[in-house]
Write a protein that binds this ligand. Structure first.
Ligand SMILES: NC(=O)c1ccc[n+]([C@@H]2O[C@H](COP(=O)([O-])OP(=O)(O)OC[C@H]3O[C@@H](n4cnc5c(N)ncnc54)[C@H](O)[C@@H]3O)[C@@H](O)[C@H]2O)c1
Ligand SMILES: CC(C)CCC[C@@H](C)[C@H]1CC[C@H]2[C@@H]3[C@H](O)C=C4C[C@@H](O)CC[C@]4(C)[C@H]3CC[C@]12C
Length: 369
């Protein structure tokens, strides 16, 4: 990678740069990567907020494109030093077909790797997911595990299957020669459930609570821990990895890192209440209000309805057999690999992450009035 610490010479490409996480990565790069000369933001749908970023010292280039189109990806990658590949189809609700999920997440990633090889781009950071590990189909708990904890990673749902395949492609590409003869250096970041400003599922829970008169009803036992990480810290990890990948290629190349911070270990619902509570919502019940077998029945019914209604309307409720299993299986990480390998420390404390997220939910509340 060319350039001293002060001279802005580097060109970065962020795929999926207009998404929930992508936007935070884009803004974080502009704030905290002084060597940046040009930032290319590649997305299927370009957001209007990109315009205001174009007035700063770094050249921000918005590229409307599709990762499934190899030629569009190659054109965007050509001449970049680092690619942060965050674009993906995040769908566990049955909005997209399994084929589409595979195409975007696997073929899209294949296109990004090939574009790096063909155009001589040497550094590739992939946004993977905790789901490449678990929860698995057997519902085995993963309790405060790290990157080396043995776990039977068996999936059936198209989303985790696609993320696992894509991650494997990225890691296997590490060390291959790019055009010009230098080795490709890749690594993968595995966020747990990301939360923070812009989180669509949090917005859905908030709106659901409002519809039920400010109440949410406990469905999952409080003892089931679900790993969560603040979006600003996930973005910061991407920026740091991208920055350190050249200097520490031998150590970091081909590695996976869970994304973590100081967010507390809680159940999915109790964690959400950290933000929704201060915004006036209440979680009813100290124990699940419905027996688990009834939730399974409702989730199965939802899946059946989705299938029956598909020719007429897209029915995509939050509760389905997969989301129920996700929420009802303990999956938390406890690791310091990112700190050991590239000096990561969370940029945002839990208090700050919480305050920022509450502030965002309150703004939703104000705009709903
Ligand atoms: N949200 C989470 O909790 C979470 C957790 C772990 C990993 N991840 C991963 O993080 C990444 C970002 O997720 P997110 O939550 O920000 O989702 P998101 O849907 O908000 O962002 C994804 C972005 O990718 C873009 N995109 C989708 N298909 C595309 C295509 N064919 N070509 C170009 N761009 C395309 C979308 O337009 C969107 O802007 C994904 O790869 C996801 O698998 C997310
Ligand atoms: C049973 C209901 C009451 C609750 C349903 C909650 C459900 C919608 C939530 C629970 C867990 C959530 C997933 C989890 O945080 C991690 C990820 C990984 C990431 O790669 C994509 C998002 C995803 C799947 C979250 C989606 C929403 C889930 C399933």
């Amino acid at each position: 990678m060319a350039g001293s610490a002060q001279v802005p010479t580097l060109v970065y490409l962020v795929t999926g740069g207009c998404g929930f996480l992508g936007e935070h990565i884009v803004r974080m790069l502009l704030e905290r990567e002084p060597r940046l000369r040009e930032l290319r933001v590649f997305d299927l749908h370009l957001s209007s907020w990109l315009e205001e970023l174009k007035t700063g010292p770094v050249q921000v280039t918005a590229i409307q494109g599709d990762v499934t189109q190899a030629h569009e990806v190659a054109a965007a990658v050509a001449g970049s030093h680092v690619v942060i590949h965050t674009a993906g189809l995040v769908d566990v609700f049955g909005k997209a077909s399994p084929e589409t999920i595979h195409k975007v997440n696997v073929l899209g990633t294949q296109n990004v790797i090939e574009a790096c090889m063909r155009t001589g781009t040497q550094f590739l950071v992939y946004t993977s997911s905790m789901e490449v590990v678990g929860p698995n189909v057997k519902g085995h708990p993963f309790y405060r595990g790290d990157e080396d904890t043995p776990y039977e990673a068996v999936h059936r749902h198209p989303y985790p299957c696609s993320k696992a395949l894509a991650e494997r492609l990225v890691l296997e590409a590490n060390g291959r020669k790019v055009s010009g003869g230098l080795p490709l250096v890749t690594c993968a970041l595995r966020p747990t459930g990301i939360y923070g400003e812009g989180h669509q599922v949090m917005r859905d829970f908030y709106n659901q609570g409002l519809r039920f008169g400010g109440r949410l009803f406990r469905a999952i036992p409080a003892s089931v821990e679900h790993g969560r990480v603040y979006v600003g810290n996930v973005a910061w990890m991407h920026v740091l990895v991208a920055r350190e990948l050249e200097q520490r290629a031998a150590l970091m190349g081909g590695q996976v890192y869970f994304c973590y911070d100081k967010s507390p270990y809680k159940s999915y619902e109790d964690f959400n209440m950290e933000f929704l509570g201060p915004c006036g919502l209440r979680l009813i019940g100290t124990h699940p209000l419905l027996p688990y077998w009834l939730l399974v029945l409702l989730a199965t019914l939802n899946a059946l309805l989705q299938w029956l209604l598909r020719p007429l309307v897209l029915y995509t409720p939050l509760l389905n057999p997969y989301t129920l299993a996700m929420a009802n299986t303990t999956f938390t990480v406890s690791t310091n690999k990112a700190q050991r390998h590239f000096g990561y420390k969370p940029l945002f404390s839990w208090e700050e992450s919480k305050a920022r997220t509450i502030h965002w939910v309150q703004a939703l509340e104000a705009s709903a009035r």
